[in-house]
Unconditional design. Sequence first.
Length: 342
Amino acid sequence: MLKTTLAGSLPKPRWLAEEEKLWAGWKLAGDDLAEGKRDATILAVKLQEVAGLDIVGDGEQARQHFVHGFLANLEGIDWEKKTRMGIRNNRYEADVPTVTGPIRRKGSVHRMEAEAARAHTTRQLKFTLPGPMTIVDTIADAHYGRREDLAFAFAEALNAEALELQALGVDVVQFDEPAWNVYMPQVAEWGMAALERAAKGLTCTTAVHICYGYGIKANIDWKATLGGSWRHYEETFPVIARSSIRQVSLECRNSRVPMDLIKLLDGKDVLVGCIDVASNDIETPEEVAATIREAMKFVAPEKLFPCTNCGMAPMTRNVAYGKLASLAKGAKIVCDELKSRG
Ligand code: ZN
């Protein structure tokens, strides 16, 4: 019980990529870059083990961004045709590539790092992919016309990748859907169906991560407009509760999400965010334990997985791994309490 894990990304070593940036440029090229990505993946797995995590990930060391990393090996996308677009309902503007033809997966996207991670840990291995709605919200469309049609096209490509990751020995496939905290009605209309298409046929553990975004300024400013009680999950959790997805990763630490919304996830594993990724202050183990105890009012310890609020890519490595160590220590405090109570 109380198995610890992380939402997804981790900072990259400074010899591989620019530090403390979300779209960090690579510092290597060609074969050096390929080898650097692999070495960084192995290092990230080992550092998570040292920190004490039970379920480790590749730390997204081989991708520049959590959405566009997956799109790199798909047909139907024109990377030269950039379209200026407001994403997450105009929270940020970005020059994004454009879909100009049918989406098709050319081949493996993440095979290298999944194999490297699997070969270097005996712990449970988790792998993250962007969810269909979040991809659709991060790319321009000049071919499909309807957002749900584009989402299902991406879902098929995601499914092929997810099945391959499972065959490589990945234990948990998680789809990241920050867009679900922006377009709540569409989750019930087509977002959940697209996600289940992406997860079709998976027998490993499936998860969805829904958050309020990385700790970057645009997100911090947005959160400041959301008021004292963030109830976005209230609309989407009942939809997830009825779905085949087994785990839900959500943001709790330093957020204004009412903890009792977890009750709406009855029957699911809940990955409780005990680590704030928008602050460089490292939580103490006791602070982590307090978040876990609060969540345990609404979910049984067997179904509770202490986790980070979101990815940690834009942080420094010292802060990120310090936070992971506190996460593991905090979970142990509560585990010991539960055991002593018998
Ligand atoms: Zn997130």
